[in-house]
Design a protein around this ligand. Structure first.
Ligand code: A3P
Length: 279
């Protein structure tokens, strides 16, 4: 019985590690039905998930890159972090070519996929959905991924799914196992970034000195990250500037029409109340 179990576990591991590279999509589906492969892990861009892995998760445009720079600066211990080397500290598996299996524990992995039950521990950052619409809209228009008005954009569901489903799933998971998740709000980070950095350090098992927190707070402030991007180049490639666009709370008040605000408020009213974005 034990041998059968061990063989099955070996097969599962082998499948998880090797199948994505060598077999095609239909074969992956068959293997998934047999319980030998999890498509979600494939989407995450990982061949395996280790019990020590820590994920940095969020819906897009919620402040993920800010936290990524904070964590990378904690890990770099004074070495300069930029878009050119940030993947060495907090990789986005879908976009890196190197083998993440070679990284030491604990790996800290950025992801927008809401597969929270797969994440052993994770940090989640949420942002007011009205500001997410504004930020995401400008980002997609800038890269020519969307043509149309911001009101049209607000009514579409984008690559990583619906904001409400994403955030609801993260909240549920946080209630289920609070000690394994650090749930942060973008707005709280802006109000007290030093406190946020200290909380992130504690979550990673590190006690950061006041001096270190102040230094990291400075180099990851919005204006310093803007300058960093000018010096080293941007997110998608060296010439892709403007990722650090505005970095403010409440842009929706001037950029969304009243009808779009009402649309978003109605759609997410329960969650926005829980998160105190509306009363
Ligand atoms: P804006 O487009 O509103 O400026 P993500 O990394 O999840 O895609 O989020 C991007 C948003 O976070 C952008 O919002 C970006 O400017 C903002 N951001 C990044 N670093 C920040 C910082 N240090 N302070 C405040 N906002 C920051």
């Amino acid at each position: 019985m034990h041998i059968r179990k061990a063989l099955y576990s070996l097969l599962r591991q082998g499948a998880a590690v090797h199948l994505p590279r060598i077999i095609t999509k239909p074969a992956r589906s068959v293997c998934e039905n047999l319980g030998l492969f999890d498509q979600r892990q494939y989407k995450l861009g990982l061949t395996n998930i280790r019990p020590s892995d820590i994920f940095l998760a969020s819906y897009p445009k919620s402040g993920n890159t800010w936290l990524r720079f904070i964590i990378a600066n904690i890990l770099s211990k004074g070495g300069e972090v930029s878009f050119r080397n940030i993947d060495e500290y907090v990789p986005t598996p879908e976009f890196v070519s190197r083998d993440l299996n070679l990284l030491d524990d604990p790996r800290i992995i950025k992801s927008h996929w809401p597969y929270f039950d797969l994440f052993p521990r994770f940090i989640y950052i949420v942002r007011d959905p009205r500001d997410v619409v504004v930020s995401y809209y400008h980002y997609c228009v800038k890269h020519k991924w969307f043509e149309g008005t911001i009101s049209e954009f607000a009514q579409k569901t984008h690559g990583y799914g619906d904001w409400g489903e994403h955030v609801r799933a993260a909240l549920n998971e946080t209630q289920r196992r609070p000690e394994e998740i650090l749930f942060l709000k973008y707005e709280d980070m802006l109000a007290n970034s030093g406190g946020g950095i200290a909380a992130i350090g504690r979550f990673l098992g590190l006690r950061l000195s006041d001096e270190t927190i102040a230094e990291i707070n400075y180099v990851t402030s919005f204006h310093e990250l803007q300058k960093n991007e000018q010096r080293h180049g941007g997110h998608l490639c060296e010439d892709d500037y403007g990722f650090f666009r505005s970095g403010k709370v409440g842009q929706w008040t001037s950029q969304l029409t009243p009808a779009t605000v009402e649309y978003v408020n109605n759609k997410y009213v329960d969650l926005m109340r829980i998160l105190e974005y509306v009363s």
